[in-house]
Design a protein. Sequence first.
Length: 792
Amino acid sequence: MLPLHTRVLGITLVLLGALSPATATRDDLKYVNPLIGSTNGGNVFAGASLPYGLAKPVADVDGENTGGFSTDGSNVTGFSHMHDSGTGGNPSMGQFPLFPQYCADNDINNCKFPKAARAVHYKNDSVEARPGYFALTLENGIRAEMTSARRAALYRFTFPEEKTENGTALDPTILLDLTDIYDTRQNASISINRESSRVKGNGTFLPSFGAGSYKAYFCADFSGATVRDSGIWVNDRAGSEPKEIFVTRGFNNFYLQAGGFVTFNRPENGAVTARVGVSYISSDQACSNAEEISDPLNDFDALRSTAETAWRDKLSPIKVTPGGVSDDILRSFWTGIYHTMLSPQDLTGENPLWSSDEPYFDSFYCIWDAFRAQHPFLTILDPRAQSKMVRSLIDTYKHEGWLPDCRMSLCKGWTQGGSNADVVLADAYVKNLTGIDWELAYKALVNDAENEPLEWSYEGRGGLQSWKRLHYIPYLDFDYLGFGTNSRSISRTVEYAYNDHSVAVVGKGLGKKDYTTYLSRANNWKNLFKRDQKSILTNGTDTGFTGFFQPKYLNGTWGYQDPIACSPLTDFCSLTSNPSETFESSVWEYLFYVPHDMAALIKFLGGADSFVSRLDYFHESGLADISNEPVFLTVYEYHYAGRPALSARRAHSYIPSKFNSTNDGLPGNDDSGAMGSFLAWSMMGLFPNAGQNVYLIAPPFFQSVEYTHPETNQTATIRNVNFDSSYKNIYIQSAKLNGKPYNKNWIGHEFFTQGWTLELTLGDKESDWGTKKEDLPPSMSDSLASVEALHA
Ligand SMILES: *[C@@H]1O[C@H](CO)[C@@H](O)[C@H](O)[C@H]1NC(C)=O
Ligand SMILES: *[C@@H]1O[C@H](CO)[C@@H](O)[C@H](O)[C@H]1NC(C)=O
Ligand SMILES: *[C@@H]1O[C@H](CO)[C@@H](O)[C@H](O)[C@H]1NC(C)=O
Ligand SMILES: *[C@@H]1O[C@H](CO)[C@@H](O)[C@H](O)[C@H]1NC(C)=O
Ligand SMILES: *[C@@H]1O[C@H](CO)[C@@H](O)[C@H](O)[C@H]1NC(C)=O
Ligand SMILES: *[C@@H]1O[C@H](CO)[C@@H](O)[C@H](O)[C@H]1NC(C)=O
Ligand SMILES: *[C@@H]1O[C@H](CO)[C@@H](O)[C@H](O)[C@H]1NC(C)=O
Ligand SMILES: *[C@@H]1O[C@H](CO)[C@@H](O)[C@H](O)[C@H]1NC(C)=O
Ligand SMILES: *[C@@H]1O[C@H](CO)[C@@H](O)[C@H](O)[C@H]1NC(C)=O
Ligand SMILES: *[C@@H]1O[C@H](CO)[C@@H](O)[C@H](O)[C@H]1NC(C)=O
């Protein structure tokens, strides 16, 4: 029996549930909590940003600082202006941090300069993170607040009154450091204007998961206090003269810590305002970007509210009627959506690499993560932005010769598997995104499929000679055309096969004759399927399943990789630490990666029942890695075996136990919002099979969800009948589309563009809805079979 107070609470909750509004929530921005995913490896950017903004101010810590800030209890080393969100490589950017402090006895040489010396903890309960706003109070009492424009950050540092021993007031000092979070700075300069105290600077830095280097620039102005002194510092010494310094890496790549400082007479209210414009073009450009904030001293609140309005507007296409679900569920949902629009970042006008009238987006970090759910999500939430991103990818092909697979801070990022921008383009094509030059897009796609680059570590695909001749990527390939880590032969084979399917989809639509070449290469995954391969657990137990992908040598002889290797039951396999034939995931997980021909895969695995028991085993044995993107589609693949109820059940097994509203509420790196979009799709009741006009239907986690297409203005609705907020009724008994019975377990994008209504009647048991052959989503071999039947 439950203790009395719990029962009372239970009753209260039920009452609240009954009373909760039967209408859509308003002002959904209040459910966004940027701190969700700020510890436990979520690596989200928790600071202030506009949607897709370049300027991203936040506190940087010395612990889990990939996204700048973390609630992991580590110390603040500064406040910097540019970041990525959710990424898993080294920390990105974080250039030119400011650090506010008092120097004992007002002697600048008593200030703490190097990062390790100045790091200080913040008061745990002082952190405030809201869309467009971030603030915390350092243990020394200095409060830091920040908000942002597109290319400029605005900070307000409030210094408590403090006195020296003889009663003299201490003067606030703000340090500027010529560094980034990961200390990748090569050379850098800073100069302080004697009259205006405007500080300008620049530096060369290294990307966090890519090749080459990039330059970043800033321009800082201070207001609210008069300047008493300024100068530069090196290591732990400073002086008022000179007013500029150039630092570089010398002997042994030695890293010298250096920067500038400005000391102020403490104003009455203690507040010193810093406006920092950032740019990738020049310091002058950074200064004009700073002008986005015209009146720094008075603009803080207005800027913050402009950011809130921008976010409200971005969230506005979606409305939910909660039907009694908890605010925690609402917070996970809206925050997941919010996270999808921090990156890619709109760097239009900030690209020093080529000039073009096309938009330029950066921080596709990485497409391997984002193509599955995030880009499809932006396609519904913000089709204009998604169209610009696709145009930017194509323009990058035009000027750099290749579609990117991963891209950050103007550099080419390391390719993880296939050329997955192909899937992003195919997805945009089947969903009729407008404004895209499809002829040029097709050239870019064919380029990926046909031409091997010298460096396929960061563009295109490797092993294309074998791909065309042998129809698989061989284990230890003989490849003298290009260079990349000679590994991942299995995962590259299955991804290249799907990439070729994407090429075929666009080619067929454009009426290109060669599309059949790519359609046939889309079958290449079959060549690595070893029918008699078993999988034995580490304790010797046979999993009982036979037939897995295996590596194959050039000569056609099978190699071997334990099917459970690289799964959560064994070791994580990264590109650099222990390259394997599967990337960041196991043979078990990649087995389920045939998104275009699930019907053929199910046949290979012995039919629907056998497939379902294998998928169940995968999810229940610890082999599934919910912390990484390849798992996403596997949650919903029951649909292809005619068991949509099991997809719904599987989604509920992960949400909220692995995706929830706590600071550690993401199971892995958010990867620019990839995890957030998985969550958002799952809760909305549709899951995309990216690159195809297919959404798999499962009941929303709310009573109903309405969606208004930002271009057609049509409103689509998914409504649950018999919804219960305790999630016992999660199985579709019957469905109606626009009032007529609907038995297919999937639907196309027209649902969103034309504003259809899907009504799902729920029950607590699996039904026969969506289970028949004609109810299943399309598979390539089905349509081939019907084409063959036509020609027979
Ligand atoms: C602040 O939070 C961190 C991380 O949760 C914890 O380690 C630390 O003890 C907390 N400090 C205080 C003073 O509560
Ligand atoms: C108080 O101390 C500061 C530094 O310790 C010194 O600069 C200042 O002259 C002193 N003021 C008085 C009134 O003694
Ligand atoms: C964090 O800063 C506090 C002072 O605020 C210091 O006592 C502590 O040692 C620092 N922790 C680390 C890990 O540097
Ligand atoms: C700064 O470093 C970059 C990268 O190492 C180099 O290309 C450039 O020439 C350097 N600039 C100066 C002025 O030393
Ligand atoms: C960097 O800044 C220094 C000093 O302000 C300036 O001399 C130099 O030209 C700048 N470098 C670039 C590449 O803009
Ligand atoms: C081996 O491990 C599996 C999975 O943990 C477990 O179900 C099974 O009972 C174990 N078998 C033996 C013989 O320990
Ligand atoms: C194929 O190549 C592998 C790796 O070099 C070798 O171990 C195997 O014996 C070869 N098989 C045949 C049939 O030659
Ligand atoms: C929230 O999600 C995290 C990350 O997956 C998980 O570790 C934690 O147990 C979950 N918390 C709850 C209360 O379910
Ligand atoms: C959608 O609504 C907007 C704002 O009311 C309007 O400007 C636009 O023309 C509408 N579009 C269509 C296709 O009706
Ligand atoms: C895309 O446009 C074509 C041609 O107008 C139309 O047949 C198709 O239904 C549209 N697809 C979607 C998803 O709206």
